[in-house]
Each structure stands twice: as structure tokens, then as C-alpha cells.
Write a protein that binds this ligand. Structure first.
Ligand code: S3P
Length: 443
């Protein structure tokens, strides 16, 4: 069930302090379930994100014939059915709000010898799917979208062949879908990225015993390899920690410590951006810098952050894919910084759970923060403090949480509407935010 909360009321000001652990990583939880489903043997997942997005993946796998047990909320056992063991689902598979689920399932299901239909909620039904369908078609898939959007109709495959594919956009979802199809195709598939995107798929396939080769910007995978079930320890989600990293920059006089956070370098662009803005952020790798203690190849750290004066920056385009989900909260940091911040080359933000450029621009305007919406970015003039007001999150979890953080610098309360989807990635956000020092209530 979706969290039934429909709005937040965030009072102005507040002091951030203490220690916090955020829920498990969403990208890694989706992949652990899916890879476990098609592996031979059992996969034991701890630290699983029990958010709505990953639960949609879990239910879809069950509908495809995979037995899954959840002895505890964050502990999941997946009894893999092996490479040919998935069975047709009785009905359309509902991916809810989850872009990662629908796109990775396209890669997983296109090579199967049965038909599948993939659907989602109103937001997902508006999002582009041809970016995945097109390369899968050139591998031999019989796959259709409705004017580029879901429902995605997949017809039984007569066999897939490897391709060499140059991704037109830096997208981990497209890369992962092609690699998953390549795993079930004849020959060796090559995917070349225009810029590095998150590499959880490559790292986790390695942990499941699959050989993934990387040569510069090109990743190669040989078809026909079998995954072997394994243990997956899911770290805290950096993208959830991001809200508190910014909150700490704004209001943690004595520091805030975030424990057990995934710090895969393809995810942590926000740390670099905030440091360029003048932030005091310290990363303490778990087990020490050279311990090599990286369960499933994913580095984990404690992150310490302190209040500091932020200055506006011109965001280097090379850091955009490495901080792609963090822009809503980075825009809040920019609104609180001295001087101007400019983001360009971020067109992808227009096709996330909402049009994050337009929705953030609208919300900042409501609070009285001067900004200009650009075709592929946003310009913001920071200010000492801004007003309150009513923000429409457009059902986008990260927009809702970003404006909750903004309340730390607001002169009056911020009401945030349409927040139920926060449960897709951060169940318990309000409790964590209150524990850290935000004056927030769910209404
Ligand atoms: C994700 C990839 C990114 C990101 C999304 C999760 C993933 O999307 O925005 O939240 O788990 O692969 P794109 O691949 O579309 O950039």
C-alpha cells in the first residue's frame, strides 16, 4: 500500500544534528531481486529497501513464478529459477512509479519465450520507453510501446543476438536493459556510454559470477552465462542521504553523521558539487580506506557534514550523470548559496518522475527565489532566506523531500502537496527528518 499521507507541513528553521541511517539503496535493491530471480540457487538480501518501487519489482518476479520470502522487512530470500525458469504472468505487470523496474524488466523479458505486458502509474505511463525498446528490437526483440510510452507489449522471442550499441544518453537503465538482454543473447554484446552512469549492474553481475568486461567507455558481456545466487548487503541509499547532506550543510552547527551509505563513485557527484560550493563534507570509508571491504563490490562509508557558507557555482556538465537524482536538493542548496548557480546539459531531468526542471523552477518561484528555467537546465540566484508557501510536488518523491529541506531556511512554513510517492524510495522519511531536526509533520 502507498503511504496514505498526502501532504507535509514543514515549519521554518530548525537545527540539524545527531546520527542517521537511511533506508537501503533503491537501484541495488531492484537489481538484487531481479538477478536473484534468474540466478541458480538462493540469493540472500539484507538491508533491502522496502519501498514501493522495489516492492513492485518483488511482486512482478512473484507473478513470473519466482518464490520470494521476507523473513524481515529488510531481509529477502529469492529462490532463483535459473536462466530458463521464468513463467508467463497471468496479467499485466504493474511497475507502479518505478522507471528502473520497467526498463530493466524490458531487458529481462524481451528474450523470453512468452508474452509480457508492462504498465505503471500515471507518471510512469508518460515516461519514454523507446530508448530501451529500440536497441532491444535490433537484438531481435518483438516489442511495442504506445507512442514511445507504456504499456510496453513484449511478444515471445525467437532468440536474441548480440549487438554493439552506443548509448545516445548516459542512462544506467538503458545500459542495464541491454546488458540483461545480452546475457540471454547469442554472441558478445558491447555497450558504449557517452559518459559514465551508475555501474551497479556491472558490479553486481560480477558478484553473481558473471564475467563483465570493461574497456574504457565500453562494457562487454558474453551471452549464455549463468548467474549464481549470492548474498547481497545493500548499503544506505546515497540519493536518500543526499537530502540530509544538504540539510547538514544548511543547519548542522555541530555536525550530522550519516552511517552506512553507499558511496559508489558513479553516484556521489553531489559531494563534489557541494564541496565546490564550499561545503564541509567528510567521507569515512567503512573499514578504512584501504581495507578493500566492499560487499558485492559496492563501497560503503559514513558521511559527516557540517554547516558551512555555500557559494553558487557553474555545475560542470561531466558531473551531471553522477548526480542525476540529486538535482532537486542541489537546487535547494543553490537557493541558499551566495551568488548564482547555473546547471546546463541536464535535459534528462525533464523525463524523470516529473519534469524536475520545470517543477523545481515553479516551486522556487513560489518561495520567492529568483530563477530562470532553461531548455536543458536552471539558473538560480541564491538568497539569505526566502518565504514559505504551498508547493506542488507533482507526485515526485525527490521534489517533495527537497522542499522539506528548504524549510530550514524559510521565513514561514512550507506546505508540500502530493507527497505519497515519498514511500517509493524513502519509507519513514518524516520520522528520519524529525529525528535530524526538521520541523516537519505529515498531514
Ligand atoms: C537508475 C538510473 C537513473 C536514475 C534512476 C535509477 C538505475 O535513471 O535516475 O533513479 O537504477 O539504473 P537513468 O538511467 O534514466 O538516467
Amino acid at each position: 500500500m502507498r503511504e496514505r499521507l498526502s501532504r507535509y507541513l514543514a515549519g521554518p528553521g530548525g537545527r540539524i544534528e545527531g546520527e542517521l541511517t537511511v533506508p537501503g539503496d533503491k537501484s541495488i535493491s531492484h537489481r538484487a531481486l531481479m538477478f536473484g530471480g534468474i540466478a541458480e540457487g538462493t540469493t540472500d538480501i539484507t538491508g533491502f529497501l522496502a519501498g514501493e518501487d522495489c516492492l513492485a519489482t518483488l511482486r512482478a518476479l512473484q507473478a513470473l513464478g519466482v518464490r520470494i520470502e521476507r523473513p524481515e522487512e529488510q531481509h529477502v530470500l529469492v529462490y532463483g529459477v535459473g536462466p530458463d525458469g521464468l513463467r508467463p504472468a497471468a496479467a499485466a505487470l504493474d511497475m507502479g512509479n518505478a522507471g528502473t523496474a520497467i526498463r530493466l524488466f524490458m531487458g529481462l523479458l524481451a528474450p523470453q519465450r512468452f508474452d509480457s505486458t508492462l504498465i505503471g502509474d500515471a507518471s510512469l505511463m508518460r515516461r519514454p520507453m523507446e530508448r530501451v525498446a529500440a536497441p532491444l528490437r535490433s537484438m531481435g526483440a518483438n516489442i511495442q510501446t504506445l507512442d514511445g510510452r507504456p504499456p510496453v507489449e513484449i511478444r515471445a522471442s525467437g532468440g536474441m543476438r548480440a549487438i554493439d550499441y552506443a548509448l545516445p544518453v548516459a542512462s544506467a537503465q538503458v545500459k542495464s536493459a541491454v546488458l540483461l538482454a545480452g546475457l540471454q543473447a547469442f554472441g558478445r554484446t558491447h555497450v558504449t556510454e557517452p559518459a559514465p552512469s551508475r555501474d551497479h549492474t556491472e558490479r553486481m553481475l560480477g558478484a553473481f559470477g558473471v564475467e563483465v568486461l570493461r574497456d574504457g567507455a565500453t562494457i562487454a558481456i558474453e551471452g549464455g552465462q549463468t548467474l549464481r545466487g549470492t548474498r547481497v548487503r545493500v548499503p544506505g541509499d546515497f540519493s536518500s542521504a543526499a537530502f540530509f547532506i544538504v540539510a547538514g550543510c544548511l543547519a548542522a552547527e555541530n555536525g550530522l553523521l550519516l552511517r552506512n551509505v553507499g558511496v559508489n563513485p558513479t553516484r556521489t557527484g553531489l559531494i563534489e558539487l557541494l564541496r565546490q560550493m564550499g561545503a564541509d563534507i567528510r567521507v569515512h570509508p567503512q573499514g578504512g580506506r584501504s581495507s578493500g571491504n566492499e560487499p558485492n563490490g559496492e563501497p560503503i562509508a559514513d558521511i559527516e557534514v557540517r554547516r558551512s557558507r555555500l557559494r553558487g557555482i557553474k555545475v560542470p556538465e561531466s558531473l551531471v550523470p553522477l548526480s542525476i537524482d540529486e538535482f532537486p536538493v542541489l537546487f535547494i542548496a543553490a537557493a541558499c548559496a551566495e551568488g548564482e548557480t547555473l546547471v546546463r546539459g541536464a535535459l534528462e531531468l525533464r523525463v524523470k518522475e516529473s519534469d524536475r526542471l520545470a517543477v523545481m523552477a515553479q516551486g522556487l518561484t513560489t518561495l520567492g527565489v529568483e530563477n530562470q528555467l532553461l531548455a536543458d537546465g536552471l539558473w538560480i540566484r541564491g538568497t539569505d532566506s526566502f518565504g514559505g508557501g504551498t508547493i506542488d510536488s507533482h507526485g515526485d518523491h525527490r521534489i517533495a523531500m527537497a522542499f522539506a529541506v528548504a524549510s530550514l531556511k524559510a521565513r514561514s512554513a512550507i506546505e508540500i502537496r502530493d507527497v505519497a510517492n515519498v514511500a517509493t524510495s524513502f519509507p519513514g522519511f518524516v520520522a528520519s527528518a524529525r529525528a535530524a531536526g526538521l520541523q516537519i509533520d505529515a498531514a
